[in-house]
Design a protein around this ligand. Sequence first.
Ligand SMILES: Nc1nc2c(c(=O)[nH]1)N[C@H]1C(S)=C(S)[C@@H](COP(=O)(O)O)O[C@H]1N2
Ligand SMILES: [Mo]
Length: 545
Amino acid sequence: MGFVAGAVALGVAQLVAAVVNQGASPVVAVSGAVVDATPAGLKEWGIQTFGSNDKPLLVTGIVVVLAFVAGGFGLLARSRVAYGAAGLAVFGLVGAVAALTRPESGVLDVLPSLLGAGAGAWTLSRLVRRSRHDAGEFHSGGAARENVAAWTTVADGAGDREDSRTSPGPRADAPARPPVMLAGAALHEFDRRRLLTGAVVGLGVAGATGLGARVLSGGTNVVQARQDVMKALPRPAVPARPIPAGADLRIPGLAPFVTPNADFYRVDTAFVVPAIDPATWTLKIHGLVDRPVELTFADLLKRPLVETDTTLTCVSNDVGGHYIGNARWLGARLADVLREAGLRRDADMLLSVSRDGWTCGTPVDVVMDGRDALLAVAMNGQALPAAHGFPVRQVVPGLYGYVSATKWVTEIRVTRFDQDVAYWTGEGWAPKGPIKTQSRIDVPGEGDNVSVGPTTVAGVAWAQHKGIDAVEVRVDGGAWREAKLAAVPGPDTWRQWSAEVDLAQGRHKIEVRATDATGYTQTPVEEPPAPDGATGYHSITVRAG
Ligand SMILES: Nc1nc2c(c(=O)[nH]1)N[C@H]1C(S)=C(S)[C@@H](COP(=O)(O)O)O[C@H]1N2
Ligand SMILES: [Mo]
């Protein structure tokens, strides 16, 4: 029972992991945590002794240990179901904590362990109930034994029911069973079959969920593949400009200049993150080109790679929204690849296609104008996280994600806007999506209480590929006052800002607006995100007291 419950827990956990995040499988997370916690000497011994088999061996070891521990939970459940369930809960917690301690983990990563443990505990309680039905009534419960005696007597016809009672007991409680149930041995057999069926069903569920997880992840171990890519990442031929010392004002509550991968917003239509093996990945470039090409991942890594700091932004943001993040990308120049393929003059759109069929239409002139439009393979020094496009995605400074940032990209069809329609354009969003100049207040937070007198207001502003020239704030509709701008490495990232405002007692509305390097100042006119990006000033209300 314990083993079956453990198998169900593991199967469900793997399946949830495949759906939620390629990297969050509890077994993989625990393996990773074990490896990290292993002293260097022992680790090196493991690598030397087992070579590249060290990881499969570790996983096998963990699974064997899990099988024994799960069997132990079955034994615990014999005295009380709750003990077994508690064991599984501890199991789940260990998996969840291991998942959270992995680099780049997020809160969602606890789901596989917790849902798996829940499914295991439920299975255990069902199985124990089936076995109780058997053992409880015929081998342990005193009252049950008594009832058996009573029924047996009746069945034997050996006299009057009163006389047959061998011990005092609530005769009225005896269930009114039909005579066929009287043969104790037959009932015993029947219940054992029920228990067996339950166990078989449990194993079936475990197998099916485990198999489902494999199918969903395409049999590709993305965690392993990412680690391999990480080892093979070339140095940039063109390193990014160093991030200036003053780029991060380090104000608590203010978005950091570089968004860690684990905190980076995620927007896509993929219910299951595509699992792509870089060894078989190719990028097909065809359509309005003289020489269609199909690049492999190795081809891409052989090209001179460029490193850039670029802020991605989603068109779906309300004013003040958080679907925005800044990362250091490493990748091949898309413009060079297109030029080599013989880009035709009449082409004005790149219809990029993701492994899962999602499409994106990018204006050719933007990609070719010299900005750092990349086929990116790394994000903040790591291979792309599975959720952010592993192994290759597009990054184009200045365009909203839905027209530029194709993750899991496998194909670029060079075409024309008057001939093709990309995924979101077909849903009514604008065909071309230049990012609108915007700004956001991060500190204080909406509705915060602050003290009377000077208060620091801080946030970020962005106008990718133009650059931010000024940020102003005003209180209660008063005069605009210039904020102090943090340093930036270039025009393609967001820019932190801060300002001091003096607040009298009471409620106050604080607003922000930005001016980009073309001289354009944000419009106060409020527009919703559809069809081409929200406008208006971000504002917060605080109470000074
Ligand atoms: N394959 C694929 N790529 C995609 C999308 C998608 O749905 N599928 N969404 C796009 C949108 S709308 C945005 S804003 C960015 C978000 O990138 P991120 O999830 O890495 O932050 O990815 C873009 N690339
Ligand atoms: Mo987006």
